[in-house]
Design a protein. Structure first.
Length: 93
């Protein structure tokens, strides 16, 4: 029986969340205070949101692909495992 081991520590998760938030707020503030017309700031803001959502989508796809590879390996190992390991003879059906 295997035990569950988390992929990252809570401290690493918190650090990455804070880093993501700080970078998003920093770029957003830079766009807001940029000395250009409103439509240019709006375009840059939409571009920032697009980059953020694309990043989340790509991260999910990478994670799903890694989980699919692990599931395929587990299925392969399961298929190769013997179904019976006892000392007595199996009953014929």
């Amino acid at each position: 029986m295997s035990t569950f081991t988390p992929r990252s520590t809570p401290a690493f998760y918190l650090q990455s969340a804070i880093s993501f938030g700080a970078s998003s707020v920093g770029v957003g503030a830079g766009i807001i205070y940029l000395p250009v017309d409103l439509w240019i700031r709006a375009f840059l803001g939409i571009g920032l949101l697009y980059a953020i959502t694309s990043t989340f989508t790509l991260a999910k796809c990478v994670r799903d692909r890694q989980e699919d590879v692990m599931a395929a390996e587990l299925a392969q190992n399961y298929q190769q495992a013997p179904l019976w390991n006892g000392a007595e003879q199996p009953v014929q059906r």
